[in-house]
Design a binder for this molecule. Sequence first.
Ligand code: BGC
Length: 833
Amino acid sequence: MLSEIKNAKFICTHEKMGERDTAAFATSFNSKSTPYDFDRGTASFRKTVELPEKPESAVVTVTALGIFDLFINGKRVGETKNDGSVVFDEYKPGWTDYHKRVIAYTYNVASYLEKGANTFYAVVSSGWWTGRISFGVYGRLDCAFILAGEAKCGGKTVRFSTDGSWEGAILGPVMFGDIWDGEFYDARISYGDVMASEKWMPADIFEGFEGEISDHTEPPIREKTQLARRPVSAVCYSGTKDNGTDHGEINVLYRKIGDGCEDTSLMPGQTLLLDFAQNMVGRPAFRVIAERGTRITLYFAELLNDSGEDSRGNDGPAGSAYVKNYRSAKSRVVYIASGEKDGEYFFPTHSFYGFRYIEAESSKPCEILSVTGQVIGSEYRETSSFTTSDREINKLFENIVWGQRGNYFSIATDCPQRDERLGWTGDTQIFSEAALYNGDVGSFLRKWLRDLRDSQLDSGAYTDVAPFCVAGAGNAAWGDAGIIVPYNVYRVYGDKAVLEECFESMEKYMDFVGSRGMEGHEARYGDWLAYEPTSKKNIILCLWANDADIMEKVSRVLEKEEKAEKYAKLLSDIKAEYARLFIENGEIREKSQTAYILALAYNMAPKDVLEKAAASLREKIKGNGYRLSTGFIGTGLINATLSRYGMSDLAYSLLCQTEDPSWLYSVRQGATTVWERWNSYTKKSGFGDMGMNSFNHYAYGAVCAWMFSYMAGIACDDDAPGFRSFVYRPVPDMRDPSALPDGQKRIDFVKASYDSPAGTISSAWTRTDSGFIYTLSVPEGATAHCRITAPSADKVTVNGFAVSDCAEISGCDAGCVGFDLTAGKYEIITENE
Ligand code: BGC
C-alpha cells in the first residue's frame, strides 16, 4: 500500500444523496410490480493530473466508503497481468466493519497514464457502507472516496491525492446501485456527457470515517470466468392463461433450448425467461441491439412458480419467476439502451444477484444477442472432488460446492440473494470445516475473523453477524464461531498465526461467557430450524464446553500452560453443571437427536452415560424412519458424531435418505444448491414459508466435512495439524443389505481428492465380493496414519504384500487395523471375515 494514503483525505460530493431507507428487513416482499424509478446518478469524483511525460512506473492506492470503480482516461482500472490482460477486482472494497477499517487496493497504473493531462474518475455507490444491507450503522448520507498516487516520470516523482481540489457530483450512467435492490444504468449517458456536465463542484472533505485504512491481503472478489454459464433454455411468454388457479399460467409463445437459445427478438409485453440450470451468484452480462432509450428490465429468481396457486406459495403464474423469497430486496437490473447500431454490452458492477433464472422485459422491440451468467465471489483455489456410486449424493456434493462459491463473497454469508446476505456467525462456524475441504480459504476466513474481532463488543461478546450491522451478540453456536473457526483454520493449515492473532479476543469472549457464573451465554437461535426442539440451556452448556476444550488446546499450542489449566478446570465445571441439569439416573435427560448429539460430540458425560446415549440415539433415529430432526447445530455435528461412536451405518442411512427431512430430499425436489430449510420447496406442497426461505444457504452442507473425513477418510491429525501428518480412516458403507431403510441402496464406491496444504491426497474405495479395495495417494513429505476397517491384520494387503510384512501394525479400535504410510500410491485390499 502506498503510505501516502494515510495523509490523503476522504472526499464526498457537496450535493447530498438524501437520507437512505435503512428500515426494511423482511418487512415487505419483492414483486415484479414494485416500482423501480431512479433518476439521480451516483457519487462521482474526478481530477485532472498533469504529468511531464508518460511515466515509467505509477501506482495508486485507492478505496471508498461504498462500492467503487476507478477509471483513468476513461479506462476501468484493474490488475494488469504479465501478458497485458487486465483482471478486475469487483465490488471493491468488500465488507469490513467500517467503524474500524476499510481495505485499500493498490494498482500499477503506468499503462493507463500519458504525458500531459490525465483524467481520474471514480464512481461510488452505496455498497455495504450506506446501502440498505448495513441498516444505517455506518452512515446514511454520503459515499466517500480516497486515493493517493505517484508516478515516476524520468527521474521526477509526481504525487497526487484526494483533497478539496478534486471535484464531485451526483451524476453518471449508474443512476442507482444497491446490493439488495440492484442496478439502474442509463447507457445514454456517455463518458463525454459525464465529463461535460455542469454539475461538477469542488468535493467536500469527508470527516465521517474514524477507522483504519488496511492493506489488501485477503482474496479479492472476482469473476470466476471458468464457471460462467449460458442459458440452457429460453421461454418467451406473453401474459397469462387461465388454468383455474389464482395466478394462472404463463402463455408460452415459443421455447428454445441449447447454445444460443437466448438469441431472440423481444417485443414489449413479452417476457423472455432464461434458465441457467444452476443457482449461482454473480451477475448477468448481456449484449443487445435496441433503439436508444429502450428500457430493458431483468428480474432474478431461484425457482419458478409451479402451479399459480397461492396455497402453494406461488407469487405469479405457473412457469414464471418466483421472486417473493428475496423479501424486500428488489434485486433487479434496469438498463436504458444507448442505441448503438451494432449492439451494446453491459454488466452491472454495483449490485450482485443470487439466481438460477432471469426474466427479461423490454419497453420497445429489441434483439437479445447473448446473456451470460457471470459467477462472482471471493477468489480461492477449489481443492476438492468427490464422486460416489450414487448420483444424488454426487449432486449433493456439487450443490454444497456451489453454495460455498456464492456465499464466500467478501465475507462468509448466510445467503446471497434476499434482504440479508449477512455474515451470520452460526452459519459460518457450522460450515467452516466443510469449506476448508472445498477451498483454500484460510486467508478468506482469517479476514472474516478480523471482521468478527473488529465487531466484538466491549463486553467481549461476539456479534451474531460479522461485520456487525443487525441482531444481537453472545449467542451460543453463533458467537462461539470466534472460538471454533480459528481452531478449524489452525487444524487445517497448522499455522499458529491464526491462533496468535485471535487469542486475546477469544479470551475476552470466554470472560464474557463466564461473567454470569454457570449461566453461560444466551441461545437466542436455539437449534435453528430444527424439527424437534432442544433446550437452550443444554445448547449453551455444550457449546460452552466445546469452547473451553478448544481454549485449553489452543493455550497449549501457544505454550500458555497456566491458561490451559484454567480452561481445563472450566471445562470440568461446565460438565459438572451439565451433569446436575441434564443427567438423570445415568442417562441424558433430554431426548432430542440434537441433545444426544451434543452430549456425544462434546463428551459431556461419563463413558457409560454416553454409551447409553449412543444406544438411545440409534433407537431414536431408527424410530424416526432414519430421518433427521436436527436444526443447524445438530445437523452440523450428526454424521461425524455417529461415526465417532461406531454408528457409521446410521450416518449412511441419514445421508442416503430421500424423504423429508434429509439432504437428498431437496436434491429430489430439484435443488442445485443447499437450501435453508429441508422443505424450502416440495413437489407435494410448493414453497416453504416465504418469510425465510433461501434456496442457497450452505449451513446444512456441513455434512461435506463428514463425507471427506469419514466416507473418504481424509482427516486432520489433531496432534499434528497441517496435513503433513494426517489420518486416513475411510469408513465404507458396510450396512447389511437385508436391513437397509426402505428404498435405499448401498454405496459401492467413493472417489475423492483433497488438495491439502501438504499436497493432494486422493482416496477411493470400491466394494468387492469379499471386502474392499482402497486406493490412497499420500503427497510428498506427508505421512498417513491409516485406520482400515478389517477383522485383523492378516486380512489386509498393501500393494500386494501382507500389511504386517511392510508396515508396523499399531492397535486401533476393534475391527480396525492401524499402520502408517509415507508418500506414495497405495492399493489396500481387505477381505471380510
Ligand atoms: C439467517 C440464518 C441465521 C439466522 C439466525 C437467519 O435469518 O438467514 O442463517 O443464522 O437468521 O438465526
